[in-house]
Design a protein around this ligand. Structure first.
Ligand code: HEM
Length: 497
């Protein structure tokens, strides 16, 4: 074996790793054994803040390969030719649980993707759902507070969860998705991924289209029932981590096909609802899936902390040929993530190897905690300057956006504007779920709502029931029945016709 000598963090070889220098065999210890202090002090600093959401997760590296030509929509270099390969890192996660929580909790699953392209890292930070609970970023902290622990009991609170959902009817679509068996996928390999928001693509002629990204699992969709997921919590709370890691170790590389849906700017203007509303999907009949390529995860991280815990994905990171949309959630996310990462990992987190763009990074940012890349050496640290050749490349100028309004206001106050919160949830219940899926959905909702307690219990339940009824009468009836309510009297109160 090629042995390496044991050293301190500063490289000094030492021999006593287990025993501390002391006064005689039974006396007190000597301060001069600085290795004891080095070990304890470093150990005390091993933990960093966990992600404020999506704290429990698993990830792996792999390759994205273009299989179909979409250059008429985008000049993004990663899509420039069929056969082109780009290194990727995907991280999957639950949302609400802490770093040590169980993998099979009912929750959406995070589906974060990093594409290391030659124009910089593109992060597509999506979920396993094409939609979300809210449609304005300002509601996000309130929403997440209801998913985390109650400030008094320090326990999860079904009351807070359903109180918030019942007061935010735009959540209904995602609530149905999460309460269906898709809220408890069998690990991370058997679920689709979505960019969820509307983004834009820009081609070589600077023409823009609106786009949604879909990643469809090649392993097939597989879900646990609520009971199976609960059972798995006690058998293996790290089920999804183990499942992904072991599949890749034995060469069963999970794959997802990437598709896009494309909407022209003209189509968006006449679309029956706001195409930038993340609580709604685009019809696949009207905007069919267009195949793009395949993502394969084929390399486990060698070190979880270095490569997965320290990974930083940010919706702000789009590359040439890909753009934002006016989606109010996406707009909020653009600033939120990099701020979180500066707090969680430090100002120079982009230099951590897993986050570093493997191609060129040149700018005038300098100094800060843990600056470890040479800090620009002797080169000028200001711009404009007469010395350095680091200058903007004007071939990357983005086309100007045309705005259709010059009025600024708080549109959509409380989510009640131009909205129809019920048609798509109704379609999800009637057309996407089969009979067993419908039964499981109702069982899961009933069981979750049974946890609502306190003086507002009845009010919250009635308000939420109204949303279910408005999406589909049999859904409302099923949940009411499951909660032991007097269904006949509810029927009498229902509007006729
Ligand atoms: C993680 C904020 C909505 C998917 C995070 C993090 C923050 C955050 C601060 C932790 C980042 C880190 O420490 O690295 C927000 C805000 C939102 C929002 C303010 C609403 C405006 C969404 C939506 C999706 C999503 C709509 C999916 C469509 C994710 C994923 C992660 C994450 C997948 C984990 C990324 C990883 O694996 O490191 N979010 N989020 N979030 N968010 Fe959001």
């Amino acid at each position: 074996m090629n042995e390496k000598k044991l050293t301190s963090a500063s490289g000094i070889p030492y021999t006593d790793h287990e025993d501390t220098k002391g006064v005689g065999p039974r006396g007190p210890l000597l301060l001069e054994d600085f290795i004891l202090h080095e070990k304890l002090a470093h150990f005390n600093r091993e933990r960093i803040p966990e992600r404020i959401v999506h704290a429990k997760g698993s990830g792996a590296f792999g390759t994205f390969t273009v299989t179909h030509d979409i250059t008429k929509y985008t000049k993004a270099k990663l899509f420039s030719e069929v056969g082109k390969q780009t290194r990727i890192l995907f991280r999957f996660s639950t949302v609400a649980g802490e770093r040590g929580s169980a993998d099979t909790e009912r929750d959406p699953r995070g589906f974060a993707m990093k594409y290391y392209t030659e124009d910089g890292n593109w992060d597509l930070v999506g979920n396993n759902t094409p939609i979300f609970f809210i449609k304005d970023a300002k509601k996000f902290p309130d929403f997440i507070h209801t998913q985390k622990r109650d400030p008094f009991t320090n326990c999860k609170s079904a009351t807070a969860v359903w109180d918030f959902w019942s007061l935010c009817p735009e959540s209904l679509h995602q609530v149905l998705f999460v309460m269906s068996d898709r809220g408890t996928p069998v690990g991370y390999r058997h679920m689709h991924g979505y960019g969820s928001h509307t983004f834009s693509l820009i081609n070589n002629e600077n023409e823009k289209v609106w786009v949604k990204f879909h990643l469809r699992t090649e392993q097939g969709i597989k879900n646990f029932t609520g009971a199976e997921a609960n059972q798995m919590k006690s058998v293996d709370s790290d089920f999804a981590q183990r499942d992904l890691l072991e599949a890749i170790e034995k060469g069963a590389f999970p794959r997802w096909k990437m598709y896009i849906q494309v909407m022209t700017l003209e189509e968006a203007k006449t679309h029956p609802f706001n195409p930038f509303d993340v609580t709604k999907t685009w019809s696949q009949q009207a905007f069919p899936l267009i195949e793009v390529g395949v993502a394969e995860l084929n390399e486990n991280a060698d070190n979880y902390f270095a490569q997965i815990e320290q990974a930083a994905f940010a919706p702000a990171h789009i590359v040439d040929g890909i753009g934002f949309s006016p989606d109010k959630m996406l707009q909020g996310r653009i600033l939120g993530y990099t701020d979180a990462q500066r707090y969680r990992l430090g100002a120079n987190y982009e230099q951590i190897p897993v986050n570093r763009c493997p191609f060129a990074v040149n700018n005038y940012q300098r100094d800060g905690h843990m600056r470890v890349d040479g800090n620009g050496g002797r080169s000028a640290n200001y711009y404009p300057n007469s010395f350095s050749d680091v200058r903007p490349d004007m071939s990357y100028v983005r086309p100007a956006d045309q705005l259709d309004s010059n009025v600024a206001d708080w549109f959509d106050r409380n989510g009640e504007g131009e909205n129809d919160h019920y048609s798509q949830p109704g379609i999800f219940f009637r057309e996407v779920l089969d009979q067993t899926g419908k039964e499981h959905l109702i069982e899961n909702i009933t069981s979750a709502m049974s946890g609502i307690s306190g003086p507002k219990r009845e009010e919250i339940i009635n308000r939420q029931l109204c949303h279910f009824f408005r999406a589909d009468i049999s859904l409302g009836m099923g949940v009411a029945k499951g909660l032991g309510m007097d269904v006949a009297s509810l029927m009498d109160k229902m509007p006729r016709g």
